[in-house]
Design a protein around this ligand. Sequence first.
Ligand code: G16
Length: 545
Amino acid sequence: MPAIKNVNVSHPFSDQKPGTSGLRKSTKKFLEKHYLEIFIESILSSLDNVEGSTIIVGGDGRYGNDNAIKKIVQICSAHKVGTIIVPTRGLLSTPAASNLIRDYSAIGGIILSASHNPGGLEGDFGVKLNVSNGGPAPEFVTEKIYTYSQSLTSYKLIDVEIPNLKDEGSFTIHQTKLEIIDGVQSYVSLMEDIFDFDQIGDFLKNDFSIVFDAMNAVTGPYAKRIFVDRIGLSDQCLLNSEPMPDFGNLHPDPNLTYANKLADLLLNKKLYSFGAACDGDGDRNMILGKGCFVNPSDSLAVITANTGLVPGYKKGISGVARSMPTSMAVDVVAKELDIPCYETPTGWKFFGNLLDSGKITICGEESFGTGSNHVREKDGLWAVLFWLQILAQKKCSVTDLMQNHWLHFGRNYYTRHDYESIPSEVAHQIYQDLENQLQKLNGAHFASSVITQADNYSYVDPIDKSLSDKQGLRLVLDNGSRIILRLSGTGTKGSTLRLYFERPSKSQNDLFLDPQIALKDLIIGIDHLLNIKQLTKMNIPTVIT
Ligand code: G16
């Protein structure tokens, strides 16, 4: 039997603090000697009952995926993990990982992904830990991992060759069983339990054309299994469906800027009735109709309003939740449905306790994430199927669905402006400037209204009572409008400033404006207040959603 080898490292790493979702750094940083290994050792040190346990390992296929998996298998074996489950080719979407953790009663999963950040040698890499409920590790666990990483100067591994990950199979490494499985099937079965694939198929084959863009990332194989093999569409409905280490140079962030080819097909060329895209690790989604972009906050509201049309939710939903910067469109739906609506900080991990305790069934975020209690992650393909099921039931277009929703519930005009990768000093200066002004802004006139609340959002988890403060600067106006400013926790270069603007409207004459026009006074007002254009030297944001 191969021996356990101890590897000493000359110094601990001081920069392994997980952000909004795991540790994300440049690929080259992760290739530095011992960098990945120390982080994995920190993860295993922070978990209880590792010996004899089951752990899921996989990733979004970006550069470094296979080597990292093999290294993790070696380290897990040295820690006497009982079983390691790895999907073929090491490909595992984040929602599918969440599902496998729950299916196998694993103590957790290690997911290799920098989500929507570009991949390849010049791009980013990342490592996330999900815990036994299938959801992202809560803050007290990520803090523990960080603390270990700051003092660890050694790690252990079993130095043996790991089989290639191409084919399914069962292997023994030291005392550990390595199972290479079909990573797609159990996720597809879960979707089939929730949705009526036959109804969706009949609708789509009847002159309702769709296109799904996997952005050369992890969702390609799942989409092929669902839309082509199971539902029976031609593979022409799939774009960029082969996962590639550099995502074919695409930036796998499904928004109007980075999924612009898809947006052009739907919004300008109007070639399809429905279009959708997912991000690198398959948890984000963008929904488009012919000539119609669906804002993610509206998507959450529409999904919540229509759960009765989807077999998996016919029994009803207990409640909903949204992150604080997400528009309040879903609050209006929840009020009519007479169910609770929770507001949480940005980050899927904050939904975990609400889902586990049964307080909510559906949740979502403005950052192109929607999901439910079927797993403990946001789920891109689930959202796409949800939309298709609603459309198949109602037999209508995306535009009609949106317009009818607004006519019934009113509209929350919404936009997010991102200033990406700006110098950190500039981002912090702008943030600090607003924070310093909060007190005096309370009660001040702003954009034809009055600021009734100006604060830095803090959250007490209703289940475990933990406090998360400093979660975003918030201006709430007397007319229900909101402006929120926060710094991204997922970028890897400089800092990314995010500004969120929202204005509710119930007037039937004010439902169909371009959000950039409808929100103009808020956008201009905040620029006057904080001098953003001048300080960032940018006339327009990098990304407008
Ligand atoms: C991650 C989290 C999301 C969160 C997003 C925010 O998304 O999983 O829950 O909304 O980050 O990102 P930022 O801090 O940059 O605004 P993902 O898809 O990157 O894992």
